[in-house]
Ligand binder design. Structure first.
Ligand SMILES: [Zn+2]
Length: 258
């Protein structure tokens, strides 16, 4: 097990040694894709929408210098200004900084790394903000509307993006690693990327976090066996990775019910 630092936190070695929330969510979406990502064989393409969120995150994490260095060609002009399609990032930062409650909840220790064992596997977390008496994560989302998920129907955006899972794991790993008796509350500071951004500070109720943690407990054993090569991953058949690695064996038939 490697000792985690800000530099190696996202490394292949760290991802193989530890479970993380994003890794769990990746396995939950598609086991084959999740495994390929963990092994460093597949990287999800960084969309422009995702980059705006990362830009806002980097600003409030105090990591703008390294962010600009890493994304120099893609996001910034020669003079250091954002390309037009990313300019909204600055508007979002300004909007957040104008709201006292959002700024209050974003105050604390930034990008705090913790590790602990939970459900018989090692976990790593990196909290946006550790406020001493609370855990806070900054989210830049499309809007606050429900999102359609095949097989589920419309789901609240908090659940669709797995922020309930994130809150549950962050809360429990923080609690175990610090040895505190009561878990800290988990908050989302959220802003939308709409033309006129909407804002909110949301506390996820403990019942929501407990339900989410039970989901992780139910699934992590199988996912860990896949990660260790003891069980074959299932392919979802519809994600980027499955499409890219698809091999046709025989023609499909159209027009007959099987
Ligand atoms: Zn897939």
């Amino acid at each position: 097990m490697i000792e985690l630092t800000q530099d190696n936190y996202y490394s292949k070695r760290a991802n193989m040694d530890y479970w993380s929330v994003s890794q769990f969510k990746a396995f939950d979406k598609c086991e084959a894709c999740g495994l390929a990502e963990a092994q460093g064989e597949f990287k999800r393409p960084e969309s422009d929408a995702l980059l705006i969120g990362s830009y806002v995150d980097a600003y409030f994490a105090g990591e703008m210098k390294s962010f600009k260095y890493e994304h120099a060609d893609k996001m910034f002009k020669k003079n250091g200004e954002l390309y037009a399609k990313f300019e909204q990032g600055d508007d979002l930062i300004y909007r957040i900084s104008q709201d006292p409650l959002m700024m209050k909840y974003l105050t604390g220790e930034k990008q705090v790394i913790r590790t602990a064992e939970l459900f018989d596997v090692p976990w790593k977390i990196k909290m946006d903000v550790h406020g001493g008496d609370k855990i806070v994560d900054l989210k830049t989302v499309k809007d606050f509307e429900d999102v359609y998920q095949p097989g589920f129907g419309y789901r609240p955006w908090v659940e669709y993006w797995g922020y309930d899972i994130q809150g549950a794991i962050y809360q429990r790993i923080e609690q175990i690693s610090s040895g505190r008796t009561e878990p800290l509350p988990f908050y989302i500071v959220a802003i939308t990327k709409e033309k006129t951004p909407d804002i909110d500070v949301i506390r996820l109720d403990q019942s929501v976090l407990d339900t989410a943690l039970a989901i992780v407990e139910n699934k992590i054993e199988r996912y860990d066996m896949i990660k260790n090569g003891e069980v074959e991953p299932r392919r979802c058949g519809r994600c980027e990775y499955c499409k890219r690695t698809k091999v046709l064996k025989a023609p499909s038939v159209y027009g007959v019910d099987e």
